[in-house]
Design a protein around this ligand. Structure first.
Ligand code: SF4
Length: 360
């Protein structure tokens, strides 16, 4: 497992909170207009240089909708030019034309992520609350494929679509996307508690994803479902490691994610420059306007706690999978008010709880 004490594997920058969609689950509670306090072009370039000083993390431009920034292409070009592996997650609005996809490609971006939350326009557009969004997503994926730009599909799993994931997976396969990034709800922003799955339903989705990963023509990764790694480890043990992926090895996206968690291998910078462990855990460890990102990541007390699995509480604290998984710190915070508490959406009962052992 990698050591994330010095630098993150992934830096997410919320370029803007502005977005013309009004998604039901939106973490950012995005709105149509840009915030006057968001990072300027010059400050954004300074942030990108700070990221580069961290080594070689993956740099993700997200939002809101990054296309709401008039300087997006300039910043993508700059990010690529200083040597950052750069990806972008535009929203599926009329701004995302074939021409915009072509410009993203021309900037040298490594991959573009597009959201699909339902297998058809009715389901997806209801979720995104804007008619035509589904077709825009499909068109953007087709435009990217035609221009040779690599893609991934992002899907947020909720009560409303959990039984349609097979149909969405078929769309992912048809799109030629390299990765299906499956997000699990954290009840923050506009997300509602009744849209979240139960812990048992998480396991059902994990089973579906695991079985799919054995044959799918794309990688699968989960976000805010760290316990999928526990599920995969359990399944591989149970199956005598017979359940191999198409490459005859552990699902690669899972292997890469081992140990990553909020503030541990992962850092999020808000549109105003605040340094958060995750976009779903809005407690600031500093601001890039006056604090070096790497310094905050390495030394802010909250980040140090989040990387120290010995400080985990409750069930997660006594769990033999705490270094591989550790539970969603964002979900623990959203549902209990304590980011070190157990992830309330995990069914697993640690061995120590069954045996009464305290040795971990
Ligand atoms: S109890 Fe916590 S650490 Fe253990 S598998 Fe569940 S979420 Fe992960």
């Amino acid at each position: 497992m990698r050591d994330f004490s010095e630098a993150p594997f992934l830096v997410i920058w919320e370029t803007t909170q502005a977005c013309d969609l009004a998604c039901k689950h939106c973490r950012a509670s995005a709105q149509p207009n840009r915030d006057a306090e968001e990072l300027t072009t010059s400050e954004a370039k300074g942030l990108l240089r700070q990221v580069k000083r961290l080594g070689d993390p993956l740099m993700v431009f997200t939002g809101g909708d990054p296309l709401k920034r008039g300087d997006l292409f300039e910043l993508l070009e700059y990010s690529v030019a200083i040597g950052l592996r750069t990806t972008v997650t535009p929203s599926a609005t009329p701004l995302l034309t074939a021409g915009a996809v072509e410009r993203i490609k021309d900037c040298g971006v490594a991959r573009m992520a597009i959201s699909i939350d339902g297998p058809d326009a009715q389901t997806h557009d209801d979720f995104r609350q804007v008619a035509g969004s589904f077709q825009t997503s499909i068109d953007a994926l087709n435009a990217a494929r035609a221009s040779g730009l690599e893609t991934q599909v992002n899907t947020t799993v909720t009560r409303g679509n959990m039984h349609r994931l097979g149909e969405i997976a078929a769309l992912v396969a048809a799109s030629g996307a390299k990765l299906w990034s499956v997000f699990f709800l954290v009840v923050t922003g506009r997300a509602q508690l009744e849209d979240d799955l139960t812990a048992e339903e998480y396991e059902q989705v994990f089973e579906f994803l695991y079985e799919l990963s054995l044959t799918a023509p794309f990688d699968i990764k989960t976000t805010e479902a760290q316990h999928y790694r526990r599920y995969v480890a359990q399944r591989r043990k149970k199956d005598g490691f017979a359940g191999t992926s198409r490459r005859g090895e552990a699902p690669p996206a899972i292997a890469r994610q081992a140990g990553i968690n909020d503030g541990k291998g992962f850092v999020f910078v808000s549109h105003r420059g605040e340094i958060f462990p995750s976009g779903f855990l809005s407690i600031s460890g500093g601001n890039v306007r006056d604090t070096e990102l790497g310094h905050a990541y390495r030394t802010a007390p909250m980040f140090l706690s989040l990387r120290d699995s010995a400080q985990l509480e409750g069930k997660c604290g006594g769990c033999e999978y705490k270094n591989l998984c550790g539970g969603s710190r964002s979900r623990a915070y959203a549902l209990t008010g304590d980011y070190l508490e157990s992830d309330p959406r995990c069914v697993y009962i640690p061995v120590a709880s069954l045996t009464g052992s305290s040795a971990m």
